[in-house]
Design a protein around this ligand. Structure first.
Ligand SMILES: *Cc1c(COP(=O)(O)O)cnc(C)c1O
Length: 388
C-alpha cells in the first residue's frame, strides 16, 4: 500500500506513527483520518516541481475544507481557490490572506473554457465547450476588447480549469497553449494581464500507481511559461489531500446472500459518495489483518465481496466485487485515498450525522471536527403549530 501513503506494521494499519485502530477506538466510526505529513509532502512536490516560474499554489478548498487542514496549507504558504462565499469565509477563517485567494464560482463565471478534453470521467470534465463552465473563447475575446474601456474592472489574468483526476500531461499542455495565446491577445488589447491560472486536476493514485509524478507536468508546462513572463497559479485539491485521507468504518455484519458476500459497514454513500456518484474505485482493506494485501496467503484466503453501507439505496456501496480476506462482524475496514471529495461531499442523507475528522501528526492525533449529533441534524429547523 506504499503508493497509497499508508503502511502496515505488525499486521496493523498505521497513519504516520499512530495505529488506526487506536483512533477508531477513541473517536468512534465512521471517521476520516488525515496525515499531515502526506499533505505537506504533496504540497512540497508541487513547489519543487514548479520552481522554474513564479508559482502561487492555491489549495482548492472544495476538495477538503476543514479549517485545520486549510491552516496546515496556509502555514506552508499556500493561497486558496474558492468557489463560493462560504468557501471564502472558510479560507479567511483559516487565516488565508485575501490577496492569495482566487474566486471562481460557476454562478459568476469569468473563466475561459478552452475546449480541451481532459480525458477523465465525464462528471469531472469541465473544460469542454459543451460543459456549463466558463466563457467560450470568442466571448472571452469580446470581453477582453471591452474591459480596458470600463472603470472598476481590470483583466489581470486568464483562468482555465479543464477537469479533475487528469492522469495525462497533454490536456494541460493544450490548455496552457490556448491560455497563453489568449493572454497575449488580451495584452495586445490593452489589458494588464500578469497571471496564467491553470486550475487544478492533477491526478493521484487510487488503484495503483496511475498518475505521472507532478514533475512530469511541470517539466512540460514551465518551458512555455518561463519566456512569456507570466506568473503562474495552480489550484490543486485532490493532489494535495487525496492520498492523505482514510475513511475508517466498522463492519456491522457480514451477510451471505446466495453466492454473494456482503460486508455491511457503518460508513455509507452519505459519508463517501464517490463510488456511488462516479463509480470511483477506492482500495479497501482490514485495519488489523494477518493478510498483507497481494501476498500469496491473502490471495489464497480471499473471496469476492461487496462492501456496502447502511443507507437505503442500491448505489450505497464503497467497493464492489472485491477480493477480500475473511472479515468478521465488528472488524474495522479502511477505505484509502478518501481525503479529497470525501467529507466535503458528505451529507446527512438518511438522518445520518456526518463523521468526525482527525488529523495525525507524527505520533499525535487530534479531532479537528467532532462527530455530528442528532441535535445537529435538526439545528435550524422549526416545529410548526398543528391545526386539527
Ligand atoms: C475543483 C476545482 C479545482 C481542484 O480540482 P482538483 O481536481 O481537486 O485538483 C481547482 N480549480 C477549480 C476552479 C475547481 O473548480
Amino acid at each position: 500500500m506504499e503508493h497509497l501513503h499508508h503502511v502496515y506494521r505488525d499486521e496493523e494499519l498505521l497513519c504516520e506513527g499512530v495505529p488506526v485502530r487506536r483512533i477508531a477506538e477513541k473517536v468512534g466510526t465512521p471517521v476520516f483520518i488525515y496525515s499531515r505529513d502526506v499533505i505537506q509532502k504533496h504540497f512540497q512536490k508541487l513547489v519543487d516541481a514548479f520552481r522554474q516560474v513564479e508559482t502561487l499554489v492555491c489549495y482548492s478548498v472544495k476538495a477538503l475544507g476543514n479549517l485545520a487542514i486549510c491552516q496546515v496549507l496556509r502555514d506552508l504558504g499556500a493561497g486558496f481557490d474558492v468557489v463560493s462565499g462560504g468557501e471564502l469565509f472558510r479560507a479567511l477563517q483559516a487565516g488565508g490572506r485575501a490577496k492569495k485567494i482566487v474566486f471562481a464560482g460557476v454562478g459568476k463565471s469569468a473563466r475561459v473554457n478552452p475546449d480541451v478534453d481532459p480525458k477523465t470521467h465525464t462528471y469531472i470534465t469541465t473544460g469542454k465547450r459543451e460543459t456549463k463552465f466558463g466563457l467560450d473563447l470568442e466571448t472571452a475575446e469580446r470581453l477582453a476588447a471591452a474591459i480596458p474601456g470600463l472603470t472598476g474592472v481590470r483583466m489581470i489574468g486568464v483562468h482555465v480549469h479543464i477537469g479533475s483526476q487528469i492522469t495525462e500531461v497533454t490536456p494541460h499542455l493544450e490548455a496552457l497553449k490556448k491560455a497563453l495565446a489568449f493572454a497575449d491577445r488580451a495584452r495586445g488589447l490593452g489589458n494588464p494581464v500578469e497571471w496564467i491560472n491553470l486550475g487544478g486536476g492533477f491526478g493521484i493514485h487510487y488503484r495503483e500507481v496511475e498518475a505521472p509524478p507532478v514533475s512530469d507536468y511541470a517539466d512540460v508546462l514551465q518551458p512555455l511559461i518561463a519566456p512569456s513572463g507570466y506568473r503562474l497559479i495552480i489550484e490543486p485539491g485532490r493532489f494535495i489531500v487525496g492520498n492523505a485521507g482514510l475513511l475508517v468504518s466498522r463492519v456491522l455484519y457480514v451477510k451471505q446472500s446466495g453466492d454473494r458476500r456482503f460486508v455491511i459497514c457503518d460508513a455509507g454513500m452519505n459519508d463517501l459518495i464517490r463510488p456511488a456518484l462516479y463509480g470511483a474505485w477506492h482500495e479497501v482493506w482490514p485495519v488489523s489483518t494477518p493478510y498483507a494485501k497481494g501476498s500469496p496467503a491473502s490471495d489464497l484466503a480471499s473471496t469476492p465481496a461487496d462492501v456496502v453501507g447502511p443507507v437505503c439505496e442500491s448505489a450505497d456501496f464503497l467497493a464492489r466485487d472485491r477480493m477480500l480476506p475473511p472479515i468478521r462482524d465488528g472488524e474495522l475496514l479502511a477505505v484509502f485515498s478518501a481525503g479529497a471529495y470525501g467529507m466535503s461531499m458528505a451529507s446527512n442523507y438518511n438522518g445520518r450525522p456526518r463523521p468526525a475528522e482527525v488529523l495525525v501528526s507524527g505520533s499525535l492525533f487530534e479531532v479537528i471536527r467532532t462527530r455530528e449529533t442528532w441535535d445537529d441534524l435538526i439545528r435550524g429547523e422549526r416545529k410548526v403549530a398543528r391545526w386539527d
